[in-house]
Write a protein that binds this ligand. Structure first.
Ligand code: SAH
Length: 398
């Protein structure tokens, strides 16, 4: 991949950081996710669903709670973006199965958006036991199967191919993998950061500043911007616009969980390899590259089509979802001390403010009518109070 990038640089000049990140992560032949996708203990980074079954279970409950609040629609799609090893959907499907009596009349289908052939195979194994049918290469649905719990699953490369309809969307550690542009304030004004060949060291890349303004810069830097360095992820913006459009038209909810900030951080672009920090410009394709999600930008890109909730810290969201009660039940049900120790350890990883508790955030997109009665202002008649959205306010036990 480095050789391919060097040829490209020599032929047409420096790359934007977004082009570099896209190649490094999802180049069809040599990208990190395409080839390695090292999620888990033996890989490059561990995610919450890989640490604890409770994480996915509580998210499953969140969707069921929203489904009930919407008046139990006859059908829903669960659409996951970037499902990794498939553990999160697997845990959610277990919850759906346990609550089968509640969901029995509901027609549920699963839709996975995944670009990595390698990870989609792992997902198929996890969710269906490997019993899947592949489609011809150019089909929008590239694979189909039935989950171990009897629910149809389809795989796509792009969200635009997922059928329209009442849907619950899920993106966990997905937005941070989308390519970012980087900009630096200089004495001559804003300049885009680019990736170029290092003239001093053979086969090494370095960051340079564009000598003049670039098209991306003119579109993405706000006049009121106060920071010295800014990262912008236009692909995330387009995706949020699509999600907001769909939710406005067909209803449902989207839950986005990732590490991120509300428009305050500057330089967050970083790499991970074998659970250690990795120089982003070294060995492209061999390490996970990531940047914090700017939730203020996502909120802005809904363009008011949906309401938003959050970002709220992961430890608060999970606490509001009842993680402490779930932990107690699991501890009581497990006989051996090793399992109990593992349960406590993964709880600490998810909840400890110094571990994943504070830096990971939850953010939701919901149709406006979910949070406010449509004609609330003019209506003098008392209305039934709207049910609070789980996770985003304190859990009250009645
Ligand atoms: N949600 C999982 C995995 C996170 S890793 C977890 O929490 O464990 C990011 C995932 O997004 C991987 O499955 C990766 O292959 C996928 N991905 C990255 N870029 C993508 C893109 N542009 N389109 C679709 N999937 C993508």
């Amino acid at each position: 991949l480095l050789r391919h990038l060097l040829f490209k640089l020599r032929a047409s000049g420096p790359l934007t950081v977004a082009e570099y990140m896209r190649e490094a992560l999802t180049n069809p032949a040599q990208g990190y996710y395409t080839r390695r996708g090292g999620i888990g203990e033996s890989g490059d980074f561990v995610t919450s669903p890989e640490l604890s079954q409770v994480f996915g279970e509580l998210i499953g409950i969140w969707y069921i709670s929203e489904w009930i609040a919407a008046g139990k629609p006859k059908a829903f799609q669960l659409v996951e973006l970037g499902p990794g090893r498939g553990s999160l959907t697997d845990d959610i499907l277990r919850v759906f199965k346990q609550l089968a009596s509640l969901l029995s009349k509901c027609d549920i289908s699963i839709h996975l958006v995944e670009v990595s052939p390698r990870l989609s195979e792992i997902q198929a194994q996890m969710l269906t036991g490997g019993k899947v049918q592949s489609s011809p290469r150019d089909d929008a649905v590239y694979m189909k199967g039935i989950s171990k719990t009897g629910i149809p699953i389809s795989w796509y490369r792009d969200i635009q191919d997922v059928p329209q309809g009442y849907s619950f969307y899920l993106a966990h550690e997905f937005f941070d993998a989308l390519p970012i542009h980087k900009f630096q304030r200089t004495e001559k004004g804003w300049r885009e950061v680019l990736v170029d060949e290092d003239p001093e060291v053979p086969d090494q890349l370095r960051f340079v500043l564009a000598p003049s303004s670039t098209p991306a810069m003119q579109n993405f830097i706000q006049p009121e911007e106060m920071r010295e360095h800014v990262e912008v992820c236009p692909e995330a913006g387009v995706l949020i616009q699509r999600l907001a459009h769909r939710l406005e038209k067909d209803g449902g909810a989207a839950l986005i969980a990732d590490y991120g900030h509300d428009g305050t951080k500057t330089d967050t672009f970083r790499g991970f390899r074998n659970h250690k920090p990795h120089d982003v410009l070294k060995a492209p394709g061999m390490a996970d590259l990531t940047a914090d999600v700017d939730f203020s930008y996502l909120r802005k890109m809904t363009q008011g089509r949906t309401a938003t909730l959050g970002p709220i810290k992961q430890r608060e969201f999970l606490k509001n979802m009842g993680i402490d009660f779930r932990l107690q039940v699991l501890l009581q049900n497990s006989q051996d001390t090793a399992t109990q120790e593992q349960l406590r350890h993964s709880y600490d990883m998810l909840m400890n403010p110094k571990k994943m508790g504070d830096c990971f955030k939850f953010f939701a997109l919901l149709p406006h009518h979910r949070l406010t009665h449509p004609d609330q202002k003019d209506d003098l008649q008392p209305r039934a109070p709207l049910v609070p959205v789980a996770g985003f306010s304190e859990l009250s036990l009645k």
